[in-house]
Design a protein around this ligand. Structure first.
Ligand code: ZN
Length: 215
């Protein structure tokens, strides 16, 4: 075992309150697109447009039904299961729901999820994908139901709780993301200021190859 591997192992074994931040890379082995692939595809980008969601939801809903259906068949991989086994608190940028499916209890989906729907008028949530396909209007107010993702201009979700977790964490794992988005890109700096190790795992998260360790 190389010395960096030993170091990572030691940090992980020692930590009791590990927090993980995960991005698209962790779900690539589950058959989902990487961040680059996702944003090259115009269709996914449109998913986050408030304008389109409100004005053209009927026109786009078939497209979204396909995305939601494609994604709903993905299953958690070894990386999701490993985090669930250690009961690691997980802050994810992913919309796929795979951490919960693997059994992780503490998950913050800062950008929302594709596995739930939200009424764009009254905010009511709907869980069933099957139901959404046949019943795309809100059962309370008849408003348009949209995948429950954070739309352009909306704040990320549960940031206060994420910062609370960070204040208690004794190690930070960053998996499958280059952390390009604010405010989450500040988290490694916060971890360093808190004096805890930051372990970064490359985009092929199934191999668990940490490529650098910030002490
Ligand atoms: Zn409604």
């Amino acid at each position: 075992m190389e010395s960096w591997q030993k170091q990572v192992r030691e940090h992980c074994l020692r930590a009791n309150e590990m927090v993980a931040i995960t991005g698209a890379g962790i779900s690539v082995p589950s058959g989902l697109p990487s961040a680059e692939e996702m944003f090259r595809g115009k269709q996914v980008k449109e998913l986050f447009s408030k304008e389109l969601a409100k004005r053209h939801w009927q026109q786009y809903r078939h497209l979204y039904a396909k995305i939601v259906e494609d994604w709903s068949v993905a299953r958690p991989n070894h990386a999701h299961h490993a985090l669930a086994l250690r009961d690691v608190k997980t802050i994810t940028m992913n919309l796929d729901g795979l951490h919960q499916q693997a059994g992780t209890k503490s998950v913050i989906e800062i950008h929302g999820t594709l596995r739930r729907f939200r009424c764009l008028h009254c905010g009511a949530r709907e869980r069933s994908i099957a139901l959404w396909k046949n019943h795309v209007k809100c059962r309370l107010c008849d408003g348009p139901m949209w995948p429950d993702v954070v739309l352009e201009g909306e704040p990320v979700r549960q940031l206060g709780l994420a910062l609370n977790w960070m204040s208690l964490a004794d190690a930070l794992l960053i998996i499958g993301t280059s952390l390009t988005m604010q405010p989450i890109r500040k988290f490694p700096k916060i971890a360093k200021e808190n004096g805890i190790p930051v372990i970064v795992v490359n985009e092929k998260a199934d191999e668990w190859v940490p490529y650098y360790l910030i002490k």
